[in-house]
Write a protein that binds this ligand. Sequence first.
Ligand code: NAD
Length: 290
Amino acid sequence: MKIAFIGLGNMGGGMAANLVKAGHAVNAFDLSEAALAAAGEHGCATFTDAKEAVQGVEAVVTMLPNGAIVKSVYTGSVIGHAPEGAVFLDCSTIDVATARETIALAEAAGYDMVDAPVSGGIAAANAGTLTFMVGGSDKAFERAKPVLEAMGKAVIHAGQAGNGQAAKICNNMLLGIHMIGTCEAFTMAQKLGLDPQTFYDISSVSSGQNWSMTSYCPVPGVGPQSPSDNDYQGGFATALMLKDLKLAMEAAASAGIDPQMGHHAKDLYEAFDAAGNGAVDFSGIIRTMN
Ligand code: NAD
C-alpha cells in the first residue's frame, strides 16, 4: 500500500520505519529537516510539502503534537488533496472534541477516518508493539486495521469517532493516579522500616498490585528493568503525562464530571513539571516524596 506519514518525531519515526519494514511504500513529511532525513534513512520517500506527500496514496497516517496542529494539517494539506477514497488515521494524542470535529470534516469530504491514539512509548513505537485504541465507523476501522497492525501488537475498536482519544485519556488518568499512589506506598513502606524489595514481594502478589508497580517500578533495582534503573531517563516524559492529564480534565469538564483523584494527579504532575522535570520519566515523581 502507498501511505503518507506526517509527523516523524520520537514516535512517528519508528512507526513509519515499521510500515516500510512491512512492505508499504511510505511518503514522509515533517517540518523538521532532521526528522525527515532520518525517515529517508529508514526507506521512506521524503517530501518538503505535505500536499505533495499525500498525492496518489491510499492512506494517510499522522503523529503530531496536539489537536490544533492535527486539525490544521488535515484541513490545510490532506482533506481535498489526498485521492478520493483514501483512509486517514490520526495516531496523535489530542482532545476528544477536535478529534470528532476533524473526522466529521474528513467524512463530509467523502473520506473514511479514525482516531487511533497509542499506548506504549518510544521503545514500543520502534519495536512495532504499540496498542492502538481506535474510534470511528466500522468501515473506517476495518480499512485502518491492516495499517495499524503493521505498527502494533493490538488494535482495539473503541466505538464511534473520538472514542480512541476517550479511552486513551481515561487510561492515562488512571496511570497517573496509580503511579503516584505506588510512589507513596513505597516511600511510606521504607519510612516505616520495610525493605523496598520485601514490600514489592508482598504487594505485587496482594491487592495493591498494579502496572506501575510490577511493570514499571519507580524504585531502582526493584521489579523488571524500568526508567528508575536509568536515573528516570527515557520512558514516558512527565511533560507528556501532564499533557494527557490536562486533556483528561478538559474531557471530564465537558462530560460534566469532576474526578477528584484525576485533578490531584494533574496538580502534582504540574508542580513536578514546573520544577524543571518535564523531560524526566513520570515515575521520577517519587523523588519529591522523600
Ligand atoms: P515529537 O515532538 O517528537 O514529534 C512530533 C513531530 O511532529 C515533530 O517531528 C515535529 O517536527 C512534527 N510536526 C509538528 N508540526 C508539524 C506540522 N504542522 N507538519 C508536519 N510535522 C509537524 O512528539 P512525539 O513524542 O513523537 O509524540 C507525537 C504524539 O504521540 C503526541 O500527540 C504525543 O502525545 C503522542 N504520544 C507520545 C508518546 C511518547 O512516549 N513520546 C507516547 C504516546 C503518545
